[in-house]
Design a protein around this ligand. Structure first.
Ligand code: FMN
Length: 206
């Protein structure tokens, strides 16, 4: 079993990395492989709404890591996305990446458990957490919870590790993710998958 963790900060070893590393350590302790990947700090294109990915399963733009992350998530059993809070929301570069990872491709990720983590100095954690969870709840991905709304406070790694409750929330998130993955594995071939009805699209135009 393997979980993909995406560090959605431009800082490779900053606060978000520190929070996700605590999740990764606990996942490994539970016998689950943690694949912690940095999104990088190079420009990431926004989605241009061309819908080509609905035909190919990949984004037309190949000059940033979006398609690599599509493959990494397809190969993973679960997903955890971490973001620094920027103006009470996720990092814009991360939402560009996630828009292009999910749009037209989310069928590949259905039933993979997922969670988000907000990392911040002071305010906007809950709005960031909600925004990131939207990618999962539209994609039939069960959202894994913890013992609080997943956030850790600090402006740098030294401060992050002093948020003892936040770090515990990270470990509990990892424990719950590992437990759910093991339940899914135990039920494979025994518990039938939910029926997938043909998709209905109602655009409110009559
Ligand atoms: C552009 C920008 C906007 C920010 N906005 C917020 C904010 O709204 N609320 C907050 O608490 N911290 C805010 N911060 C602080 C970061 O969330 C915080 O320093 C975090 O630890 C950075 O994580 P990182 O080291 O993984 O990048 C902002 C930082 C930047 C660069």
């Amino acid at each position: 079993m393997q979980v993909l963790l995406i560090n959605g900060s431009p800082h490779q070893k900053g606060s978000t990395y520190t929070a996700l590393s605590e999740v990764a350590r606990q996942l490994e302790a539970e016998g689950v492989t943690a694949n912690l990947q940095h999104m990088g700090s190079k420009p990431i294109r926004p989605c241009i709404g061309c819908f080509k990915c609905f035909e190919t399963g990949y984004c037309v733009y190949k000059d940033d890591p979006a398609n690599e992350f599509v493959d990494l998530l397809e190969a993973a059993d679960g997903l955890i996305v971490g973001s620094p809070v920027y103006y009470a929301g996720p990092n814009g570069a991360l939402t560009c990446l996630l828009d292009r990872m999910f749009f037209g491709k989310s069928g590949k990720y259905a039933l993979k458990p997922a969670a988000s983590v907000a990392v911040l100095r002071r305010g906007g954690a809950s709005a960031t957490f909600d925004r990131l969870n939207k990618y999962f709840t539209i994609s039939s991905m069960p959202v894994v919870s913890s013992s609080y709304w997943n956030s850790v406070h600090g402006t740098n790694p030294d401060e992050v590790v002093q948020d003892l409750e936040g770090m515990q929330v990270m470990r509990n998130l990892a424990r719950n993710m590992a437990w759910l993955l093991k339940c899914i594995e135990a039920g494979r071939g025994t518990v039938p998958l939910p029926e997938a009805e043909p998709k209905v699209m109602t655009n409110f135009i009559r």
